[in-house]
Design a protein around this ligand. Structure first.
Ligand code: GRF
Length: 202
């Protein structure tokens, strides 16, 4: 299964997907990395893994950017789009075209703490736990149907850095798992509910 990863930053989730594929835990190919930041470390990781990189130029028109992105995804014959720290909102027509075929990972238990700085938000709210969510993307900001979530406790003395480390460790297991379920055709979207079919050996 051909996937595109869209990332603007460090790319540790891209790396987790690359490693899951290499380890045989994920039946997919990262066919392209799309980024809006050519200097992002995600680009270094993609090049190291011989993954083609496409730069989405810094445009100001979301519809125009959306048309560009859609052309890229079609050119690479992408079955699933994985947002992994991609810092741009996508045009509605791209989201609609990839309905049920575009995922995002978010460092909180959505619908808690959507948007930017979710880990900082959780610490500021002094909640006992936060977590990780993998969800399908809809038009909103971190509002799409949830595929998979895992709790991460907030420990006494946690800093943003220490909590981020534990959240990332969970992300790096959850994202490949959700993508593998998609590759196995086990995910169905009924209205806003994601159903996960049991694993079969057939
Ligand atoms: C992750 O925490 C992810 O949940 C959020 O952005 C961050 C990306 O990290 N959407 P990385 O670039 O994959 O290291």
């Amino acid at each position: 299964m051909r996937i595109a990863v869209l990332a603007s930053g460090h790319g540790s989730n891209l790396q987790a997907l690359i490693e899951a594929i290499a380890a045989g835990r994920l039946a997919a190919t990262v066919s392209v990395l799309v980024t809006d930041r050519p200097e992002a470390h995600a680009v270094v990781r993609a090049r190291r893994a011989a993954i083609p990189v496409e730069i989405l130029p810094a445009g100001h028109d979301r519809v125009h950017d959306g048309a560009l992105l859609m052309a890229m995804l079609q050119r690479y014959d992408i079955a699933l789009v994985c947002l992994a720290g991609f810092m741009r909102m996508l045009a509605g027509n791209v989201v609609a075209a990839y309905h049920g075929r575009m995922m995002n990972i978010h460092p909180a238990l959505l619908p808690q703490f959507p948007g930017l700085h979710a880990i900082r938000q959780a610490l500021a709210a002094a909640v006992p736990e936060t977590g990780v969510t993998v969800h399908f993307v809809d038009e909103g900001m971190d509002t799409g149907p949830v595929i998979l979530q895992q709790r991460v406790p907030i420990l006494p003395g946690d800093t943003e850095a220490s909590l981020t480390d534990r959240i990332h460790a969970v992300e790096h297991r959850l994202y490949p798992q959700a993508v593998q379920w998609f590759a196995e055709h086990r995910l169905t979207l009924e209205d806003r509910t994601v159903r996960i079919a049991p694993h079969t050996t057939a």
